[in-house]
Design a protein around this ligand. Structure first.
Ligand SMILES: Cc1ncc(C[n+]2csc(CCOP(=O)(O)OP(=O)(O)O)c2C)c(N)n1
Ligand SMILES: [Mg+2]
Length: 588
């Protein structure tokens, strides 16, 4: 018996280095499942509980490995469920392949059961989006899909009608009237050239050599360029500001960084942006331009891998196209070394104050528990090469400020889509790729609840992921956003009592720990991290702890006060928390 199309698909993906597919089967994709069954020694199928999570897992896998992430869903509803995770991959430029099922070719267009035109639905999310009509399209279109995902750092989609999935792989049923099948090129990944053009490098060097007060803004595109970034900061006497997706570019305790930027960034980073004459953006397309210097007020140079994105965010005098690591290595010899490091020292002093302020907020003595304290304990006890994944919400602020990058630690979250709920699926995807590594999913109660069945996936696949829930029984981020708009909060707190998520873990044979008192936090984190299997720590934290910006603008304070005056609930506890934070900072 010859191969069926699905076998040819999976074997070709294996030749491209794919070893894991995340998904859920269904009647629209049973043929592909048979292909996976026949090649299970080469490609592992990870059965999950929600297709959205499968797409997040593929995205997390791609973020941590740099390899193609693959997810699979059935026709109609399964394909629809994938979408949020696929948009996460698209917006953070991750190579992800979505494979979906489709109705048989003979009934396409008849409104057959579950018939959803997934190729049309995916037209916006997928850079390459193709229905397979004929076995002869393989392996050519699979190769084009994989190459496009890598080359454009994007989502690609292949949808297979049921009858094609199980058709003979060698079938070529129709008469050829024009040149026939797509080419069978070798499945070899070609990297884009990384070194920028010499004349561009010289222009960039001239701009930087002219600058007196320079800041480097490093993003996710520079995660592999730590050494070069530090050498650059040393040469230019310039602090490195990190986007949240670029948090792991350089260690948080490095004397060369002022940490994050934006609402969840640091005060020194905000001060720095007001102080510089030159900004050098490396591997970033940072979207929150309100936190960058006003266009035209400083000179801007940029090193960016994608020509389409170079100079796209702010008025850029010297946009240079190239890989961050290779580009910086080529740039460094062209730069003058600054002698005194005075500018850098000013910000090192600012950071020493900021670190004291942050440490003071991680108060071990508070009940209800301060969320900052929980992360600071995790930071202290986690391994030096631990991976932390995070959800969107106040957790992102706490992690940005209290999870320290050191050694080989990494940090991943939904950067540009900023969707809720990827933290746990990312952790699962990453743990599959690195079974021996400590992977911590630090998530919100809102985000966790959305995809909490995936904790069962972790249990069933015996993945030792560690989930820590910052349980404030509310959609905390939005609560504060409403107040900063000047409106009293509305519809953002879940009814009492706080849910017990630890019970979900315990009832299913995993370690589940519920903590309600600050005195129990250290012991619980220790037990969590020491556990060899999947484990979940659910900590009730203070919902009234505001994630304040590093530098509070007058207008923000005014709106906050307006919300108070218009009848903000829980005024007293919020005010008390703010007061205690301030007292602690003054004492520090
Ligand atoms: C899918 C989705 N829905 C809604 C939002 C808007 N949103 C952003 S953060 C947030 C609150 C998240 O709550 P939780 O996970 O409990 O984290 P917390 O802010 O409380 O720490 C919401 C509703 C979003 N980003 N994504
Ligand atoms: Mg919450």
């Amino acid at each position: 018996m010859g191969q069926i199309v699905s076998e040819a698909l999976i074997e070709r993906l294996a030749e491209w280095g794919v070893d894991t597919v995340f998904g859920i089967p269904g009647d629209g994709i049973n043929g592909i499942m048979e292909g996976l069954r026949r090649s299970q020694d080469k490609v592992k199928f990870v059965l999950v509980h929600h297709e959205e999570a499968a797409a997040f897992m593929a995205t997390g896998y791609a973020k941590a490995t740099g390899k193609l992430g693959v997810c699979l869903a059935t026709s109609g509803p399964g394909g629809i469920h994938l979408l949020n995770g696929l948009y996460d991959a698209k917006l953070d430029h991750m190579p992800v392949l979505a494979i979906t099922g489709m109705q048989e070719t003979s009934v396409l267009g008849t409104g057959y059961q579950q018939e959803v035109a997934l190729d049309k639905l995916y037209a916006d999310v997928a850079e390459y989006d193709q229905m397979i009509y004929n076995p002869a399209q393989l392996p050519g279109v699979v190769d084009i899909a994989v190459r496009t995902a890598y080359a454009r750092r994007s989502v690609v989609h292949l949808t297979f009608p049921n009858d094609i999935q199980v058709a003979d792989a060698d079938a070529d049923p129709w008469a050829h009237v024009a040149p026939a099948s797509p080419p069978r090129t070798s499945p070899i990944r070609l990297q884009a050239p990384g070194r920028p053009r010499e004349e561009d490098l010289q222009q960039l060097a001239d701009l930087l050599n002219d600058g007196k007060k320079i800041a480097i803004l490093a993003g996710a595109g520079a995660l592999h360029a730590r050494e070069e970034l530090l050498a650059l900061a040393e040469t230019l006497g310039a602090p490195i500001v990190k986007t949240l997706s670029g948090k792991a570019t350089v260690p948080d305790d490095s004397p060369y960084t002022t940490g994050g930027i934006g609402l969840l960034g640091t005060k020194p980073s905000e001060d720095l942006m007001d102080d510089i004459d030159t900004l050098f953006m490396v591997g970033t397309n940072f979207p929150y331009t309100a936190h960058l210097p006003e266009a035209g007020s400083v000179r801007v140079g940029q090193l960016e891998a994608d020509p389409a994105r170079a100079g796209a965010r702010t008025a850029t005098e010297v946009p240079v196209v190239g890989d961050a690591k290779e580009g910086l290595a080529a740039l460094l010899p062209l730069l003058k070394h600054r002698g005194d490091g005075k500018f850098l020292k000013k910000y090192q002093k600012g950071m020493a104050d900021w670190r004291k302020r942050m440490a003071a907020q991680a108060d071990a003595g508070r009940n209800p528990i301060s969320p900052q304290y929980v992360v600071s304990v995790l930071d202290e006890m986690a391994a030096d090469d631990a991976v932390m994944t995070c959800d969107s919400g106040t957790i992102a602020t706490w992690a940005a400020r209290h999870w320290g990058i050191r050694g080989g630690r990494e940090f991943f979250l939904s950067g540009n889509l900023a969707t809720m709920a990827p933290g746990m699926p990312y952790a699962i995807g990453i743990q599959h790729a690195f079974p021996g590594r400590q992977v911590i999913g630090y998530v919100g109660d809102g985000g966790f609840a959305m995809l909490m069945a995936e904790f069962l996936t972790a249990i069933q696949h015996k993945l030792p992921v560690k989930i820590v829930i910052n349980n404030n029984n509310s959609l905390g981020q939005i609560l504060w956003e409403q107040m900063v708009l000047g409106y009293p909060e509305h519809g953002v707190r879940y009814p009492q009592p706080f849910v017990n998520y630890a019970a979900l873990a315990e009832a299913n044979g995993a370690l589940g720990i519920k903590v309600e008192q600050a005195a129990d936090v250290r012991g619980a984190v220790q037990q969590l991290l020491a556990h060899s299997g999947p484990a979940l720590l659910d900590v009730n934290v203070n919902p009234d702890e505001p994630p304040l910006p590093g530098k509070i603008e007058y207008d923000q304070a005014k709106k906050f006060t307006e919300a108070f005056l218009k009848g903000q609930p829980h005024k007293a506890t919020i005010a008390t928390t703010l007061f205690k934070d301030k007292i602690n900072e003054l004492k520090a």
